[in-house]
Ligand binder design. Structure first.
Ligand SMILES: NC(=O)c1ccc[n+]([C@@H]2O[C@H](COP(=O)([O-])OP(=O)(O)OC[C@H]3O[C@@H](n4cnc5c(N)ncnc54)[C@H](OP(=O)(O)O)[C@@H]3O)[C@@H](O)[C@H]2O)c1
Length: 291
């Protein structure tokens, strides 16, 4: 897809993989809108994106994915200032070692990694449909294989494990991708998700310092981590391809739990209840187990 003059929203562009993806996508002459939680940090990164890409159509807008009000404010402001959305990249994500909660009292990882992007995407759907042909890319992880969806306790209220919580949120990214892909099949909007690799970013800031050099030895650079996002954003090779999970620019079969259509539908309903989005029903049998 040619991104020249196209409106692109990338979350989590203030660091790591998202920042490198933003620089690369800015180089394609797109109009970048960056929802950021920290405007001061955002200003610094915006300068870097403009300097490295030579593209000055980069806009910062306040959006904290740990607050439904902030996401709603962002979507309202986006609609006021821009017309149509051609590419949405839900990249922002966290790994929380200790259980904490969003402003809405929801476990932080589930809130920021899944419910935040779920709400943001739904609120921008009219703009995305209006921008068709359009693409949505959700940044998931191979960590989705750690676990299944714990619908009895999705927020780890009874028992919290950072591995399970992160893994479940990344599984939710794939279930969300597949459900939304099906919903938008007739609208000229494709929805895919991906794993960036094991990448040296701030995601692992909170791990024991002595482990960092050990991890670092195996890690990709953020530029390498952004490659599959840029591929899914711009390659004509994926025109019309939807509902897929990609690793190293290739489609890969996700876990069995990620292909569970009933779980995808159940998660959709649950996410609607959490965020106040009106439910759109989908007949499970319409799913194609496309991988
Ligand atoms: N690194 C890996 O090995 C790896 C592997 C698989 C998947 N991933 C996924 O890749 C994505 C990008 O992560 P990364 O590795 O590049 O980590 P990172 O360097 O920590 O970047 C995370 C980004 O998310 C933003 N963010 C966090 N909480 C937010 C909130 N409440 N509201 C708005 N933005 C928020 C951060 O903003 P601030 O700058 O303000 O903190 C930052 O821009 C994540 O979805 C992650 O799960 C990473």
């Amino acid at each position: 897809m040619k991104l020249d003059g196209k409106n692109v929203v990338i979350t989590g562009a203030t660091s790591g993989i998202g920042k490198e993806a933003a620089i690369e996508i800015a180089r394609m002459n797109s109009c970048l809108v960056l929802p950021v939680r920290n405007m001061e940090k955002g200003e610094q990164v915006k300068k870097q994106i403009v300097a490295e890409s030579g593209n000055s159509t980069v806009y910062l807008m306040k959006c904290d994915l740990a607050s439904f009000d902030s996401i709603r404010d962002f979507a309202r402001e986006y609609k006021r200032r821009f017309s149509g959305l051609h590419l949405l990249i839900n990249n922002a994500g966290i790994w929380e070692y200790k259980r904490s909660e969003t402003r809405d009292g929801i476990e932080m990882t589930f809130g920021v990694n899944h419910l935040g992007p779920f709400l943001l995407t739904n609120l921008l759907l009219d703009e995305i449909r209006g921008g068709a042909p359009a693409r949505i890319i959700n940044v998931s992880s191979e960590a989705h294989r750690y676990t299944g969806m714990n619908f009895d306790d999705p927020e780890g209220r009874k028992r919290y494990s950072s591995f399970k919580s992160y893994g479940q949120s990344k599984l939710a990214n794939i279930l969300f991708t597949r459900h939304l892909a099906q919903m938008l099949r007739e609208d000229g909007v494709t929805v895919n998700c991906m794993h960036p690799g094991f990448v040296a970013t701030n995601l692992f800031d909170k791990i024991a310092p002595f482990l960092r050099p050990v991890f670092g030895f195996f890690m990709k650079t953020p530029i390498q981590g952004a490659e599959t996002i840029v591929f899914l954003a711009s390659s004509p090779g994926v025109d019309g391809s939807t509902g897929g999970y990609y690793v190293n620019r290739k489609k890969k079969r996700p876990s069995g739990a990620a292909l569970d259509n009933e779980a995808a539908e159940k998660l959709w309903r649950l996410s609607c209840q959490y965020t106040g989005i009106e439910e759109t029903s989908l007949i499970t049998s319409q799913f194609t187990n496309q991988v």
